[in-house]
Unconditional design. Structure first.
Length: 435
């Protein structure tokens, strides 16, 4: 059985990696083929120079992504068939002979630190290479290091206790431990939504109340029309890290906040800002956030149940070359803590290999929600203003207007620009049509 699982895993890894490479190459060819001509819908809205900048920016990110994919694939093989995870297991088992929670935390830290070090060069090149070359990066090396240190502290203060709790539940709650872990995971995510706006986000950015003026007046009137209450309207200093613009909701209940990037307010008119916020309100009013939480809850329950079926199967470990090659038996009496940590790490490592072919389903759901939010915005604000705002955001964020359809199907949570604009224009025509 172990040999069969090894073969299935390697076949899926080859399939997933080949599919991702093929999709990236398709995207590069498609973007290059349309680099010299704007789509007709954007011919009078975006300059050819901006269109070509977006094509070059997209291609640069894809090329880096291919190299990063190769590194990630090699790292996964190193952890499994290369024996790296088994080596970490032997080292920490000797260091913590009792194989208690300290062993589990040390094993997680080893895997996480290794992944971080492998990914760090790509992060640095993405920020200080690609983003800087295309005029988007505002991050300084000092700020980058400061962010890393803050993230490390949060990981230790929040992540370590959570992992320790999960490992304890896996050891102590019997055969239905996965149900207890699931409930813990849901509560943790809800707590994060509650505390993130007021305790975590301010560690990285400065949030100031939206200043008095036309934007605030329009936003306040929109919120009143939609019956939406929040803990405040805030402007975030996104420009300290990037020139990209955005707006978002965060939190839930009484902690809900509406946040505008300062870069967004600098680029859009008050009417356009109102339309963008109406789109974000559409997600809330159409219960997209609740639906996504429900989907996440169902999926996490199914995955934890699956892990519960695998955790006591020797072939799961041996098929990934952990628990072989001279290490102690993975499944053995008095070894529950070690088994729990190894199972959780292995499951996390291999899950993307098997789940990537399913991503179009989630992309389809997300794009459907975007269309619904656009329709809500068209009802509550000026659809023409939303079109104008989107065009500016596509231009200023160098988003390609000509994505490959198959690549978009797998990777894009938002509809392609041409489809989204066409949908909004159809709503404008419908509204303007005589009764």
């Amino acid at each position: 059985m172990a040999a069969l699982f090894s073969a299935v895993f390697l076949a899926m890894l080859a399939l997933t990696s080949t599919l991702r490479v093929w999709l990236s190459l398709r995207q590069m060819r498609h973007v290059a083929a349309h680099r010299h001509a704007l789509p007709p819908a954007f011919a009078e809205r975006i300059t050819l120079a901006d269109h070509q900048k977006a094509a070059d920016y997209t291609t640069a990110k894809l090329r880096l992504g291919l190299v990063e994919l190769a590194a990630d694939t090699l790292l996964l093989l190193a952890f499994t068939f290369g024996g790296l995870l088994a080596a970490f297991d032997r080292f920490w088992r000797d260091f913590f002979p009792a194989a208690d929670d300290a062993y589990g935390l040390a094993l997680f830290a080893s895997v996480g630190l290794t992944g971080f070090l492998v990914g760090l060069p790509f992060t640095l090149w993405r920020i200080f290479g690609i983003e800087a070359r295309f005029g988007f990066n505002k991050m300084t090396p000092v700020l980058f290091v400061t962010d890393l240190l803050k993230q490390l502290v949060l990981t230790v203060l929040i992540g370590a206790p959570l992992i320790a709790l999960v490992l304890w539940l896996m050891e102590a709650m019997g055969r239905f431990w996965w149900l207890d872990v699931w409930l813990t995971w849901l509560i943790f995510n809800l707590l994060v939504l509650l505390v993130y706006p007021t305790f975590i986000a301010p560690l990285f950015n400065k949030f100031t109340p939206l200043a008095e003026g036309e934007v605030k007046q329009r936003v306040a009137a929109l919120l009143e029309r939609c019956g939406f209450t929040s803990a405040g309207l805030f402007v975030m200093d996104g420009s300290k890290r990037s020139a990209h613009g955005n707006a978002y909701f965060t939190g839930f209940g009484k902690s809900k906040r509406i946040v505008f990037f300062d870069t967004l307010l600098d680029k859009l008119t008050p009417t356009e800002t109102e339309a963008v916020l109406a789109h974000e309100l559409g997600h809330y009013k159409r219960r997209h956030i609740a639906k996504r939480i429900a989907v996440m809850a169902v999926l996490s329950l199914a995955l934890l149940w699956l892990l519960g079926q695998l955790i006591d199967e020797p072939w799961f470990y041996e098929g990934l070359h952990v628990g072989t090659g001279g290490t102690a038996p993975v499944v053995g009496a008095g070894d529950t803590a070690r088994k729990s940590a190894l199972a959780l790490i292995l499951f996390t490592l291999v899950l993307p290999v098997f789940s990537f072919p399913l991503t179009p389903l989630f992309s389809w759901l997300s794009r459907r929600h975007e269309f619904e939010a656009d329709a809500f915005a068209a009802q509550q604000s000026d659809a023409r203003a939303l079109i104008s705002a989107l065009v500016k955001l596509y231009r200023d964020n160098a988003a390609t207007l000509t994505p490959d359809p198959l690549h978009s199907l797998f990777h894009d949570s938002h509809p392609p620009a041409s489809q989204r604009i066409a949908h909004l224009e159809s709503l404008v025509r419908k509204e303007s049509a005589p009764c």
